[in-house]
Design a protein around this ligand. Sequence first.
Ligand SMILES: *[C@@H]1O[C@H](CO)[C@@H](O)[C@H](O)[C@H]1NC(C)=O
Ligand SMILES: CC(=O)N[C@H]1CO[C@H](CO)[C@@H](O)[C@@H]1O
Length: 409
Amino acid sequence: MRNGKMGLVVWLILSLVLKFCSASPTSSSLINRVGSSLLFPVHGNVYPTGYYNVTLYIGQPAKPYFLDIDTGSDLTWLQCDAPCVHCTEAPHPYYKPNNDLVVCKDPICASLHAPGDHKCPDPGQCDYEVQYADSGSSLGVLVRDAFAFNYITGDDLIRLSSCGYDQLPGPSNHPLDGILGLGKGRSSILAQLHSQNLVRNVIGHCLSGRGGGFLFFGDDIYDSSRVVWTSMSPDYTKHYSPGVAELIFGGKTSLIKNLLTIFDSGSSYTYFNHLAYHALTSVMKKELSRKPLKEAPEDQTLPLCWKGQKPFKNVRDVKKYFKSLSLSFTHGKTRTLFELTPEAYLIISSNGNVCLGILNGSEIGVQDVNLIGDISMQDKMVIYDNEKQMIGWTPANCDRLPRSKYVNI
Ligand SMILES: *[C@@H]1O[C@H](CO)[C@@H](O)[C@H](O)[C@H]1NC(C)=O
Ligand SMILES: CC(=O)N[C@H]1CO[C@H](CO)[C@@H](O)[C@@H]1O
């Protein structure tokens, strides 16, 4: 889910079809081998950049595009030259759609629309409108195109090209070419890779608090026994949600129960509904009134900032004034905790103040769900296993790519 403002735009949506570019006789057996992963280095940070991006090569010939990684939506979008209305400045020339439009009758097109809402004013194309949580909608058409990547299993490098996908432009404050939709819907890139038997139906990311990190498809770059797992909620099928959580302050005080949460890498910050936000900020303000920190309303970086005697450089400088938070998920008799240390909810602004990176979701129109954004997922491997219907996390050093028996792009 992206929270940036979006206008009405003509977007291009690509549908993924994998093809071998240089099929060697052994390729297909390697590709079908279970236990392979695709690994992508990630760039960016929560602050000041505000997103994490990967580079994908799309089209024939393949051209690079920087895409925001978003586990909160399914469609992958590029700003495109269709022509583009309301497009924003992008790092690369706009994608030029090929002529391989997905037709309206195509099942993938039907899967993007609610039943009964799938109309075909122009049978030759699949129109799509995406509604964002906070603002307006974006329009697009579905196109098939190739998407090239290097795929390594063992010591073998296989170059594939696969057909792109749904393209959508980045929100206006993000100088990117588009969004990589990593959700669990049928149109997601993961579903497409999985349906080609390339990888298990699992994705994960490791976002470093120092910037950068990696994204992976497949299930063999982590040790499952070290991961804390919780079930995905069967009631909430659109997003990666472990269901409802209890928010706990300082290890013992229960602030609020029944917070429906989703893990959303497309959101830089974490968003709580106004009740939880109110409960949290009240208790924090009370705690801090006894500490040498003063509210700094003049700092517009985020809604709530505090200043110290001297400018701060790092969250480590202020950690002692803040308590940990945790989200507790209960499924049957099992209780799992997702811990938020101060690093997982604070940033240091360019003015040297410390600011709360948990925001009031009601202000951007997100009220029913609570979004666990990038800030709270830093320095953890977060894994979305659609086969077991589990979400898992484990502390990790995201600065180093996992040892590359696996991939690199
Ligand atoms: C959160 O946002 C809503 C909507 O703008 C507002 O009514 C509410 O007062 C805000 N809550 C806090 C604690 O700031
Ligand atoms: C705009 C932006 O931050 N782009 C980065 C996206 O990732 C690539 C590497 O994959 C970087 O080189 C870009 O600077």
